[in-house]
Design a protein around this ligand. Structure first.
Ligand code: PDD
Length: 279
């Protein structure tokens, strides 16, 4: 297959897939998702992604029709049905199917969706242009819900103006990117916002912390300001689809580029883990 769509057991090329209008994802965005890259038909960090996915299902009181182990077997099986070995792998659960009502019955069973299509990891030498925007998203940004309208708007506006990512801030504290975590290096110290309800606890952020530990780079998990971001030695953007890249520009001014050596150590650690896992 060139692409793959899966819905509650039905499998087809993505363009041919249809989902029921009464799936609560369609009219309430009542769902959760996760996404990872596959290389050589292997999904990077699949166990950590599935831990987060099932934690999110629990936080939102979903009745999952499948266990974590079964979901892993399903995803690995689906990835092998697609011809291309390098893939974008997306999966979501919606609360269930019923006539629209804000109140959901206790016995509602979740629907499982999967979408897979070819995608190669981008060149790790690429550096990014950033723009800062006030973070007007909802609270509870730590849950990976499919209610992404504000994130979609930030990302599209940034793209149309030639930026690679929007950096979101609230009360002058940087929270995260529209679809990434943002960390900085300053005087050899790695700063990243703490895992509270303002940010998504990113899988690659977790790997960055591991990389700091491995290289004995001190870590401060505290929210930093826009001013700190401007004056950072490096600005690091991390996500499962980009892994880990640095920025060269923020709000039309040069940024970062002052501690490439330390950045490279962190980046290489993550890319090495990625390619190791895909052997
Ligand atoms: N998004 N913060 C937000 C708001 C995100 O949407 C993402 C990832 C991250 C980074 O998390 P992770 O390292 O687990 O990918 C942080 C994915 C890539 C997406 O929505 O496509």
């Amino acid at each position: 297959m060139k692409t793959l769509g899966y819905y509650n057991g039905k499998i087809s090329e993505l363009e041919e897939m249809q989902v029921p209008m009464l799936d609560r994802a369609c009219y309430f965005g009542d769902g959760i998702y996760d996404t990872a890259l596959a290389c050589n038909h292997k999904v990077f960090a699949i166990d950590v992604h599935l831990d987060r996915f099932f934690d999110n299902a629990k936080l939102l009181d979903f009745n999952m029709p499948i266990t974590k182990e079964e979901m892993k077997t399903l995803l690995l099986d689906l990835v092998n049905k697609v011809d291309d070995p390098d893939l974008f792998v997306y999966w979501q659960a919606s609360r269930g199917t019923a006539l629209r009502s804000h109140i959901y019955p206790e016995d509602m069973i979740a629907n499982i969706w999967v979408m897979i299509w070819p995608k190669k990891l981008q060149d790790k030498e690429k550096t990014l242009r950033l723009v800062s925007k006030e973070d007007t998203r909802k609270r509870h940004n730590h849950i990976k819900t499919i209610n992404l309208l504000p994130a979609v708007q930030y990302a599209t506006n940034a793209y149309r103006s030639g930026y690679d990512e929007s950096v979101l801030y609230r009360n002058n504290k940087v929270s995260e990117g529209s679809s990434s975590n943002i960390s900085i290096l300053k005087d050899g110290i790695f700063y990243t916002a703490p895992c509270d309800e303002n940010i998504l606890p990113g899988i690659i952020r977790k790997y960055l912390l591991q990389a700091c530990h491995y290289h004995k780079i001190p870590v401060v998990e505290e929210a930093f300001s826009l001013e700190d971001l401007k004056n950072a030695d490096e600005i690091i953007i991390s996500s499962s689809t980009r892994l880990c890249l640095r920025a060269h520009e923020l709000d039309e001014k040069p940024a970062g580029g002052k501690d490439i050596e330390t950045f490279k150590k962190l980046q290489d650690y993550i890319f090495d883990k990625f390619y190791e896992a895909c052997k």
